[in-house]
Design a protein. Structure first.
Length: 258
């Protein structure tokens, strides 16, 4: 009786393992939504204000992406996927400030916060996936991206600080038309926002290598992916490349051969 139970258990486990893998010729649609952290390599702000030099480094930026994959099973444990997705990428900077030289007890200062670079991409990943265990797979491939638009934005406040009275005497805002600072009038907002479209400062094409590990259960797919940028994306900064880590949730919708 014990021997029969062991044989039954082995057969049952084998059946479970076999059923968890796909069959050659299966075709599925997998919509996905993901949450990312992104960063641009070699991206920094180099300040030289009144002889004071300061370099501000960037940080990982939280972002999102959404799209779909079409998966075709070449073998029971090997598949290929082709997809399309929208991906927000870029980076952010820590808050920083600069101050000029003192004149008659007055110091001009500028404070910056929430400095973000937003790169909006349409991405097309092509990947090969190997199912290494029940529900688990690893994947690798190549991803082609097209830059839709790019924007840089930040909040700022500029003023003249009086050391003797320990008060800010005047506030200023940046005038785009003249590229100068203009005094902020009474009642105006002193804490200002600035944003600018900078699409022309970046190259339209982006190529990366996606590496992934996935787990699937009841047609729900959890995917952790790292995209390693291969090409320089900036027209102004050398060796600036995209780096993206994404966690996504997908759902398998059978199309053919399932």
């Amino acid at each position: 009786m014990k021997m029969r139970s062991i044989i039954f258990a082995i057969v049952a486990l084998f059946a479970m393992e076999a059923s968890a893998q796909g069959r050659a010729g299966q075709l599925s649609l997998i919509p996905r939504i993901g949450f990312s952290i992104t960063q641009l390599s070699n991206d920094y702000i180099d300040l030289n204000f009144s002889g004071i030099k300061q370099e501000v480094g960037n940080r990982w930026k939280p972002a999102v992406e959404a799209g779909f994959d079409v998966e075709y099973m070449i073998l029971s444990r090997l598949s290929v996927t082709a997809g399309a997705k929208y991906s927000l990428q870029g980076s952010k900077f820590k808050d920083f400030h600069v101050a000029g030289g003192e004149k008659d007890g007055i110091v001009r200062f500028a404070q910056f916060s929430r400095y973000n670079t937003d790169l909006h991409y349409l991405q097309v990943p092509l990947m090969l996936h190997a199912y290494i265990a029940n529900g688990f797979s690893v994947g690798a491939g190549i991803q082609f991206g097209h830059l839709i638009s790019a924007k840089e934005s930040f909040n700022y406040v500029v003023g003249d600080y009086n050391r003797q009275s320990s008060k800010v005497e005047k506030y200023y805002k940046f005038d785009r038309a003249t590229n100068t600072l203009k005094e902020v009038g009474e009642g105006d907002d002193r804490y200002l926002k600035f944003s600018e479209t900078v699409t022309d400062s970046y190259k339209r094409g982006d190529v990366s290598i996606p590496l992934s590990i996935s787990y699937e259960s009841e047609d729900v797919i959890l995917d952790l992916r790292y995209n390693l940028g291969l090409n320089d994306i900036s027209k102004e900064v050398d060796k600036m490349r995209n780096n993206v880590i994404t966690f996504s949730i997908g759902y398998r919708i059978p199309l053919l051969g399932n």
